[in-house]
Design a protein around this ligand. Structure first.
Ligand code: SAM
Length: 276
């Protein structure tokens, strides 16, 4: 019988964020695939987990390491995948191993836990009903600006990972591409001693980003949605006024045609008159 590949989330700072289930799975694993064997060795020691065999697995050696890990799984071993911090596969290696295991009919079991994106989002104060995880943008200015421009009309909260030394350039480009007034949050050093949430408009944060050190997530509120009603009503009202209807009749008729309330239609009439 094939073994199991467990995708084990580990803390992003505070060791107390390890779960009981993660501890058990790490103890039961015959091999742990990890980005950096020294880093994971240290973590296991701090967590009091006896060190099983550690295999380094990262983007640059995935091709070489995949066959060995898949063989172990097919022989029935319990393999755990961890990254240096947080959830494997989230801006970290993991995807190719998960896909290869699925292709071989191996069970892949997620062991959920810390993830910087969700940790930042849930306390950001920005809408959480819809969000887009963007992760790291291209490092070069031109690529970053292109990527930001493509996100300008996204209505959901945007979640970025960024390194501290690119933060200022990122915020300046984001303010230019998405708008200075967008609400934004810089979430720094999550779950650690100097955890900080810095909230403000993109323009304000860009002018004063605060401490530019440590690990950080930047969140930006989505593009304001244009109520289709507002656009339609104004167009309909303009046409009706041009036909010669009196303002109140135009408002009444526009409300009926568009389904907007009378107040909204009348406000559109007043706005048009003011513009004229
Ligand atoms: N797999 C990880 C996860 O689940 O969040 C992400 C790994 S990615 C290589 C590292 C990036 O995640 C950092 O550059 C930073 O943007 C974010 N990050 C990780 N830990 C963080 C923390 N404690 N506070 C703020 N951001 C963090």
């Amino acid at each position: 019988m094939a073994g199991t590949l467990s995708i084990v989330a580990v803390p992003i700072g505070n060791l107390e964020d390890i779960t009981l289930r993660a501890l058990r799975v790490l103890r039961e694993a015959t091999v742990i695939a990890c980005e950096d064997t020294r880093e994971t060795g240290r973590l296991l020691q701090l967590l009091g987990v006896a060190r099983p065999k550690l295999v380094s697995y990262h983007d640059h050696n995935a091709e070489k390491r995949l066959p060995g890990l898949i063989d172990r799984l097919l022989l029935g071993e319990a393999v755990a995948l961890v990254s240096d911090a947080g959830t494997p596969g989230i801006s970290d290696p993991g995807f190719r191993l998960v896909r290869a295991a699925i292709d071989e009919g191996v069970d892949v079991v997620p062991i959920p836990g810390a993830c910087a994106a969700v940790t930042a989002l849930c306390a950001s104060g920005l809408p959480t009903d819809r969000f887009r995880f963007v992760g790291f943008l291209p490092q070069k200015g031109s690529g970053r600006r292109r990527a930001l421009a493509a996100l300008a009309s996204a209505a959901e909260t945007l979640v970025f990972y960024e390194s501290p030394h690119r933060l200022e350039a990122f915020l300046a480009d984001a303010a230019a591409a998405l708008g200075e007034d967008r609400p934004a949050v810089i979430a720094r050093e999550l779950t650690k001693k100097f955890e900080e949430f810095r909230r403000g408009s993109l323009g304000a944060l860009s002018a004063d980003p605060g401490t530019v050190r440590g690990e950080l997530v930047v969140l930006v509120g989505g593009a304001p949605e244009v109520a289709p009603e507002a656009v339609d009503v104004e167009q309909v009202v303009a046409a009706l006024l041009a036909e010669g209807l009196a303002p109140s009749a135009a408002a009444r008729e526009a409300a009926q045609r568009t389904g907007a309330t009378r107040e909204v239609a009348y406000a559109a009439v007043m706005a048009l008159r003011e513009k004229a």
